[in-house]
Design a protein around this ligand. Structure first.
Ligand code: R5P
Length: 298
């Protein structure tokens, strides 16, 4: 079956590099936003208009997702109408995973709703380190879809190892244990996990594990950096305990508004992320990992 990669805005360079590794062609989906933010989606340029591949691999991360979810819907419905038999979504960052239960009366369980929405549109979903909490596996979120969760932690671990420093790894909350453990295993570093209570979007309280911090070099490990408050709070406390340096590494660079400034003001010396979301802090490429998994679908 002939397969092509279709990239959404912001992901053409990465999608084309992956396509090249796999000997596929990549074309860019164009999106125009009208003044009221309605989206105009153009699937192919003139040269590709008659090509109509049987298998389309859509490539985009679903950070800041609301417009993108509509643009995906418009694209998938049109592709199906044109006769595309198989649609695979490669979304290194998958949004709407955090709300996996109703915490208060009336709250929508977005994970289930968006899970069904995407399941109805595509045949395969490939993502990286999805934020699953009470739900154990991606198959539960996308029951009728071939859903594959990759992990960036081996690559993050190799990056930490390449620094050639004696470091102690800390995950800022109990959920981070799954990621910290593997990074520690690959980089041969000791690790611990803190406790966190989130009081609001921008207010978290972190309780550090009880170890000797004097003159330690700490690397904080998390799946997502969003507002930056979790890591900033952890770093501030670590310096209070006498550590000599705090760095941070995460899979997904979500970085809302002033997150990086917040991390800088908490004296986090280096912030490194994978390129699951394009950002200035990207240091760890997921391209080969994603290419291998796409190849397995072909
Ligand atoms: C939450 O449990 C995640 O693992 C991250 O710790 C969280 O998303 C980070 O958010 P923020 O940067 O807004 O504190």
């Amino acid at each position: 079956m002939q397969a092509d990669i279709y990239t959404f805005p912001g992901y053409h360079k990465q999608g084309s590099d992956i396509a090249q590794q796999l000997g596929l062609s990549a074309s860019e989906i164009k999106v125009h936003h009208f003044p009221d933010k309605e989206s105009l989606v153009t699937l192919t340029d003139k040269n590709l208009a008659d090509k109509k591949p049987n298998h389309v691999i859509l490539f985009l991360s679903l950070d800041y997702p609301n417009n993108k979810l509509i643009e995906l819907y418009l694209s998938c419905k049109t592709l199906r109408k044109q006769g595309t038999q198989r649609i695979s979504l490669v979304a290194p960052y998958l949004s709407y995973m955090r709300q996996d239960k109703s915490f208060n009366p009336g709250e929508v369980i977005s994970q289930q709703v968006i899970g069904q929405y995407l399941s109805d549109l595509v045949d395969d979903i490939i993502t990286v380190d999805p934020h699953l909490h009470r739900v154990q596996s991606l198959e539960e979120v996308f029951p009728e879809t071939n859903a594959i969760a990759l992990s960036a932690t081996t690559l993050l671990g190799e990056f930490v190892k390449s620094l050639n420093k004696t470091v102690h790894l800390i995950g800022p909350d109990e959920e981070s244990l799954q990621w910290v453990k593997n990074v520690a295993h690959i980089s041969h570093s000791p690790y611990s996990v803190a406790k966190k209570e989130r009081l609001s979007d921008t207010h978290v309280e972190v309780q550090l594990p009880d170890i000797d911090y004097k003159d330690q070099h700490i690397i904080l490990i998390d799946d997502v950096i969003s507002s930056g408050h979790t890591l900033a709070q952890a770093a501030t406390q670590l310096y209070g305990e006498g550590v000599k340096q705090v760095d941070a590494i995460a899979t997904h660079a979500l970085f809302s508004s002033n997150a990086l400034e917040l991390l800088n003001s908490a004296k986090i010396k280096n912030v490194w992320t994978s390129n699951s979301i394009t950002h200035a802090t990207n240091q760890v490429s997921l391209d080969k990992l994603l290419a291998r998994q796409i190849k397995a679908l072909l």
